[in-house]
Design a protein around this ligand. Sequence first.
Ligand code: FEO
Length: 170
Amino acid sequence: QHPWPEEIDVFTGPHLRMKQLVYEALEKLSVTNFKDDVSLIGLLGCINSTFQELKHHEEIENTCILKVLQHRLINKQIQAIVRDVHKDNHVLEILSLARKGLKSASKSKNNLNRRTFEDRLKGALESFQRDFLPHMRHEEEVFQPLLVEYFSFEELKEIKAQVHHLHSAF
Ligand code: FEO
């Protein structure tokens, strides 16, 4: 339904995978018993790998798409929006909570306050979730048209190939 062909659509493919991964992690969260070590470690392992991949996704976008787009934009305000789009989105906070929880829950004598930890993790995931789909939509509906405006078809095909290659190398 977009006015540009699939060959130069740089966002949609990786976003389908990210949405699937996040959906699976949230499904797991909904059935996790935080008082049970095995259940909690299973969840944290899943969150850790999901958000590692998400972080990787953002790094690919930063390097291959957003940085090059920023250089072509003339409007300083739009430049700043493109530059800051991955700031403060809770990915690093969630990764650090997952690592902390994994470290603590895997030790026999663990010192994790389960209730506090559960609240913090759920709070961070809720904040993340609030912005996640709108963020992806923004990239697809606002940044993709900017790319189409400022880059040639061949350039975008090249960017898409890089983006695809780096995602599959994760
Ligand atoms: Fe495609 Fe910025 O997440």
